[in-house]
Design a protein around this ligand. Structure first.
Ligand SMILES: [Zn+2]
Length: 185
């Protein structure tokens, strides 16, 4: 085994054919062994094999994935969100999600404003309906909705109080489209 865990990208030279045999994640060209994957170099000095252990590719949200996202902007009938976790795994970077008011609640709830369901800074558990960004988000269904929200008045984390949320600090009561397990991410 090698002590150094150098990071390589495809094409990087990681050995010469006189020293090592090309292992998984490598190829040989003109007596030189090069990486064929992004990953860490593993040199087996006893077996004389050099290989590249691929980096784990982070999961991308896909149609039907459950994601966590922070609401970053609210327009008249849609909100923009930053998706930061997919199916329980944190993402190395965020993806943009769009939440339209029609995808928040079941029909028949009466005319409501998006502001009654989500607000800027809220963390929502959401489904995505497509395979690439910008992701179309949906909060329909009892499981989905706001799971973390702060008081619009004083900024303290809100606590569930029946169907609504209440501020333990200033007593302010707010409405949201709540998801099951509010308070747990
Ligand atoms: Zn408050």
């Amino acid at each position: 085994m090698s002590g150094s865990e150098e990071l390589v990208v495809p094409g990087d030279r990681i050995g010469v054919a006189e020293e090592f045999l090309p292992g998984p994640g490598t190829y040989e060209l003109d007596y030189q062994i090069r990486a064929s994957a992004v990953g860490r170099v593993v040199r087996d000095v006893i077996g004389k094999v050099v290989s590249v252990r691929p980096l784990k590719v982070p999961a991308m949200p896909r149609s039907d994935s459950t994601v966590l996202a922070t609401i970053s902007e609210i327009r008249e009938d849609f909100a923009i969100a930053r998706i930061f976790a997919v199916d329980g795994d944190p993402l190395p970077y965020t993806f943009t999600g769009i939440l339209h008011v029609a995808q928040v609640a079941e029909r028949g709830g009466g005319a409501k404003l998006l502001y009654d369901y989500v607000r800027v800074g809220d963390v929502v558990r959401s489904k995505v309906l497509n395979d690439c960004p910008p992701y179309i988000m949906s909060l329909r269904g009892a499981r989905l909705g706001v799971v973390l929200a702060n008081c619009s008045r004083c900024g303290a984390p809100l606590r569930p109080s029946g169907e609504r949320l209440k501020c333990p600090q200033c007593g302010n009561v707010e409405t949201r489209k709540l998801g099951h397990g509010y308070g747990r991410l």
